[in-house]
Design a protein around this ligand. Structure first.
Ligand code: NDP
Ligand code: 2IT
Length: 448
C-alpha cells in the first residue's frame, strides 16, 4: 500500500474510524485519496472548506426491512439499502444491486465511486447506490416480483425524478426494473418515467441503455488504443462475467474486429478459441437465465474450466466485468507475463490496488471503472433527458451520443493526468478531474 500525504492520511483515518469494518468502502476512498495530493496542494481552499471530509460522509443512508412470501408460503426477510451519497451535481443517481454479499460497506463503496464517475460524465447527476442481500438465483418469476414489490414499498418514499433515480446493477435488469416501476406507479399514482432508468423500450426506456456499459467500456479502450496508434483489430480479449456488462462488451469488441476467447460466471470460465458465439451466449444468459457451463456443453470449440483463474488465459486485452476485487496482484502478474497491452474495468473496482500497481509499473494501458464503465450511467442520464422531454431517440443517435461521451471522458482523464504530472495515468486523470469539478460545486453551494 502506498502512503498518503499527512493531511490526506488524517482525513482517511477519520473515515476508517467512523466506518468500521467497511473494507470495500475504505479501499474506494483510499484509491481516490492516492491521486489527490497534487490537487490539494494546488487548491488550499479545498482543504480549508473540508471538501473531502464532506464528500466522504453520505448525505443520507437508508436501511430497511424487506419482508416477502416465497413460493412455499414461507416468509423471508431481507435487508434493503439506499445510500444517497452526494446530490452536489444533481439528483442521486446509481444502480440497485441484488446479491447475497450486499452489505452497507459494499453499497457505500459503490455510492462513493458513483459520485466521481457521474461527475466525469459531465452530466447533471449526483451519486447514490442501493440494493439488498436478496439472492435472485433460482427464484421463480413470481418470487422476484414479490421481492421487488416489497422493496419498492419502502424505497418509493425516498426517490423521485428530481430526488433520487435508481437503475440496475448486479442481479437487477429489465425484469426487476419493470416490477419496481410498476409498484412505484401503483403506490404514488404517478406515471413518473424519470424515477428509474433501464426501463423497457415500450414504457419509457432508452435505446442503447441495455448495451451502454459494455459498449462504453469498449469505446473507452478504443480511445486508449488510438492514443497509441493501435486498434481492436485482430486483438484477443478475455472478458470476465457473462452478465449485462460482459455480454455487450463482447458484442462491441467483436464488431470492432477483436476475438473474445473467454468469459465466466461465479462457477467457472469458458474458453472458446473460435471466438465466443454471442447468439448462443445471449440465448443462454438473457432468455434462459442459465449458467455459463451450458455454453461449453453446446459448443464443440469450447471448454469449461472450474479451477484456476480466467486471467491465466493468454490475451491482448482484459476486461474485468463481473465484480469487485476479482483481479488480484498474482492475476495481474500473469496477464503482464502473457503480454496484455490494455486492461479496462467494466465492473466497479474489480482490480485490487496491488494489481493496478502491477499494470502501471509494466506500462499497460489501464482504465479505472469510474471512467471505463461510465457509459451505463451516462446513458441513464440520456434516458432521463428523453423522459423529461417525452421523446425517444433513434439507436444511431443515442449510440453516437454515448461514443461522444466516452471520448470526452477519455480526453478529460488524459488532460488531467498531464496537468497533475502523471501523463498516461488514467487513474490519476479520472480522480483529479472529477474531484476538482465536485470540489468547486461544494464551495459554490455553501455549507449544506
Ligand atoms: P449482472 O448481474 O448482469 O452480471 C454479473 C456477472 O458477474 C455474472 O456473470 C455473475 O456470475 C458475475 N459475478 C457476480 N458476482 C460474482 C462473484 N462474486 N464472483 C464471480 N463472478 C461474479 O451484473 P452487471 O453485468 O450489470 O454488473 C457487472 C459489474 O459491472 C458490477 O461490478 C457492476 O457494479 C458493474 N456495472 C454495471 C453497470 C450496469 O449498467 N449494469 C454500470 C457500471 C458498472 P453469477 O451469475 O455466477 O453470479
Ligand atoms: O455502477 C453503475 O454505474 C451502474 N450500475 C449504473 C447506474 C445507473 O444509474 O445507470
Amino acid at each position: 500500500m502506498s502512503t498518503l500525504d499527512p493531511h490526506l492520511q488524517d482525513i482517511y483515518d477519520v473515515v476508517l474510524r467512523r466506518n468500521p469494518g467497511e473494507d470495500e468502502f475504505h479501499q474506494a476512498v483510499f484509491e481516490v485519496f492516492e491521486s489527490l495530493d497534487p490537487v490539494v496542494k494546488k487548491h488550499p481552499e479545498f482543504a480549508d472548506s473540508k471538501v473531502l471530509e464532506r464528500l466522504c460522509e453520505p448525505e443520507r443512508q437508508i436501511i430497511f426491512r424487506v419482508p416477502w412470501v416465497n413460493d412455499g408460503g414461507e416468509i423471508e426477510i431481507n435487508r434493503g439499502f439506499r445510500v444517497e451519497f452526494s446530490s452536489i451535481l444533481g439528483p442521486y443517481k446509481g444502480g440497485l444491486r441484488f446479491h447475497p454479499s450486499v452489505n452497507l460497506g459494499i453499497i457505500k463503496f459503490l455510492g462513493f465511486e458513483q459520485i466521481f464517475k457521474n461527475a466525469l460524465t459531465g452530466m447533471p447527476i449526483g451519486g447514490g447506490k442501493g440494493g439488498s442481500d436478496f439472492d435472485p438465483k433460482g427464484r421463480s418469476d413470481r418470487e422476484i416480483m414479490a421481492f421487488c414489490q416489497s422493496f419498492m414499498t419502502e424505497l418509493y418514499r425516498h426517490i423521485g425524478e428530481h430526488t433520487d433515480v435508481p437503475a440496475g446493477d448486479i442481479g437487477v435488469g429489465g425484469r426487476e426494473i419493470g416490477y419496481l416501476f410498476g409498484q412505484y406507479k401503483r403506490i404514488t399514482n404517478r406515471y413518473e418515467s424519470g424515477v428509474l432508468t433501464g426501463k423497457g423500450l415500450g414504457w419509457g426506456g432508452s435505446l442503447v441503455r441495455k448495451e451502454a456499459t459494455g459498449y462504453g467500456t469498449v469505446f473507452f479502450v478504443n480511445e486508449m488504443l488510438k492514443s497509441r496508434g493501435d486498434s481492436f483489430d485482430g486483438k484477443r480479449l478475455v472478458v470476465s462475467g457473462s452478465g449485462n456488462v460482459a455480454v455487450y462488451a463482447i458484442e462491441k469488441a467483436q464488431q470492432l474486429g477483436a476475438t473474445v476467447i473467454a468469459c465466466s460466471d461465479s462457477g467457472g470460465y469458458v474458453v472458446d478459441r473460435a471466438g465466443i458465439d454471442l447468439e448462443l451466449l445471449k440465448e443462454l444468459k438473457e432468455v434462459r437465465r442459465e449458467r455459463i457451463s451450458l455454453y461449453a456443453a453446446q459448443r464443440p470449440s469450447a471448454s469449461y474450466v472450474t479451477d484456476g483463474s480466467i486471467w491465466d488465459v493468454e490475451c491482448d486485452i482484459a476486461l474485468p466485468c463481473a465484480t469487485q476485487n476479482e483481479l488480484d496482484e498474482d492475476a495481474a502478474i500473469q496477464l503482464v507475463k502473457n503480454g496484455v497491452c490494455a486492461v479496462a474495468e467494466g465492473a466497479n473496482m474489480p482490480t485490487t490496488p496491488g494489481a493496478t500497481r502491477v499494470f502501471g509499473d509494466a506500462g499497460v494501458l489501464f482504465a479505472p471503472g469510474k471512467a471505463a464503465n461510465a457509459g451505463g450511467v451516462a446513458t441513464s442520464a440520456l434516458e432521463m433527458q428523453q423522459n423529461a422531454s417525452r421523446d425517444s431517440w433513434s439507436h444511431e443517435y443515442t449510440e453516437e451520443r454515448l461514443a461522444g461521451i466516452m471520448a470526452g471522458i477519455h480526453e478529460r482523464c488524459a488532460a488531467a493526468a498531464d496537468e497533475y504530472g502523471a501523463p498516461g495515468n488514467y487513474v490519476v486523470g479520472a480522480n483529479t478531474s472529477s474531484f476538482v469539478q465536485l470540489a468547486e460545486a461544494v464551495l459554490a453551494l455553501g455549507v449544506i
